[in-house]
Ligand binder design. Sequence first.
Ligand code: ATP
Ligand code: MG
Ligand code: MG
Ligand code: MG
Length: 564
Amino acid sequence: MRLSQFHLHTSKEVPAEAEIISHKLMLKAGMIRKLASGLYTWTPLGLRVLRKVERVVREEMDAAGAIEMLMPAVQPRELWEETGRWEKFGGQLLKIQDRKEAWYCYGPTHEEVITDFARQELASYKQLPACFYQIQTKFRDEIRPRFGVMRAREFLMKDAYSFHLDDADLDRQYEVMHEAYNRIFTRLGLEFRAVFADTGAIGGSASHEFHVLAASGEDAIAFSDASGYAANVELAEALAPGSRAAAGENMTRVETPYQRTCEAVAELLKVGLERTVKSVAVIGEQGFVLALVRGDHQINEIKLAKLPGLADYRMATEVEILENLGTEPGFIGPVKPLKRVHVIADRSVAAMTDFVLGANEKGFHLAGVNWGRDLPEPDAVADIRNVVAGDPSPDGSGRLQIARGIEVGHIFQLGRTYAAAMDCTVQDANGKAVTPTMGCYGVGVSRIVAAAIEQNHDANGIVWPEAMAPWQVVICIINPKKDPAVVVAAEALHRQLLGMGIEAAMDDRGLRPGAMFADMELIGIPHRIVVSERGIVAGTFEYRHRLAEASENIGLEALLMRIG
Ligand code: ATP
Ligand code: MG
Ligand code: MG
Ligand code: MG
């Protein structure tokens, strides 16, 4: 590739809206451009990287025996009614109408579509196990899209779905996928942890999340390197026998001014209701505001503006709030003053915003609340657990460390929930109709690009792991317009590298060396070769690895050794 004929568009400016390094660098390097909130164009440069990730994912899925297919992004409402998710999925589901006013959604995930496919295609146990995957664009109307492609609304996911006759076979496939995921993230050169995750509302039997470790990660994970135990913090809390969660003293009460709690709630709402707050009940003596509790407890009018510390915060509509909180409209009841404050939120946000959440009485809040253990009723906060670094690992070996992670993959044993809801059966060996059990396996293909940058950068820009670099090598030509000989030499080297199967770009744009090198460092090319008149005279190339302190002048043979 000649960069003079490629669209490279770097900039020195750090865009104001970019909060984390990967977002900044992706914009500066010109990998992505924002179209609207959570919607990004992948530029030619960005797309090269995205395709690298995609290729590794595809190869490992193929190797794991999954079969590639492609399902529509737009999905009819009727399918989602079958599983009840048309309502239950909440505000993340983008609902759209066609010209006949029939409803569709833009798929945030494809369990319904694949189960519909399976019930039509799979008739006999002889066709099982079956495992399909696709690499496809999803849309989730995230309450707070941010960090560029890290939490976008439209994003690229690899999603796979498997069908099995029995649980043992699902276990087997789950292990195969788990291993495939390990290989994907290892090949991509990422430092990651696979952690046990809560199977939550869907009620499957096993689940793991794959997290790329990074300080900016939105999730907290707990792990013990001594034993290899790892879980996301919510689950670690639920499992930890020796933690403060021990029965009877599973609640930490800390005195805090009521005002402070209200500010905390305000902060939470700003940080991102959707991923953090599972349940909120705030109403106090001072006459305000917002209540939402699970079960039979009501939600009153939402008047956040009256909450101290919320003067500048405006919440849109009650319906939106409901959707954001992921509850069902049926829970709205008459306004009834509550005296309690309950906020059940993701701990990672607690850490981010530097407060702990929830007060069950005026003047108190709970430390280490756990969203997984909801409130059965407003007066009793049951089963609040707490895990901190240094706690014994639940498997009894080593102590827990807590780190921040970016969720880049998630595998899940779904069980028979979807197949049963959608009447998907196959005939077993005796000709009896049986419901297959399912697994689902997601990878955030586009998120991986951002996560990799979070982990691999320096003051000069991105430092791509080899497998993700847009090109492995760049040949920088000094003064191409003045000096035909350097162009000839560079072209010969370029041809040679391409012939060896090495992805090489040639920077023939004619920039000053300083500007050219800065660009190549910013976009993170691992190997840089400079071809100059001086080098030609000396019979050497100037070579520098992206992470090397200095460049070296070496002959062709040594050069090929360095990059080969
Ligand atoms: P998160 O907890 O970050 O919201 P999730 O648990 O909702 O993610 P899954 O339903 O498990 O996501 O989807 C599979 C994968 O898709 C995730 O592991 C993640 O890597 C990726 N993903 C999910 N939401 C987004 C998004 N808004 N932008 C980019 N990638 C995403
Ligand atoms: Mg999500
Ligand atoms: Mg998640
Ligand atoms: Mg997930």
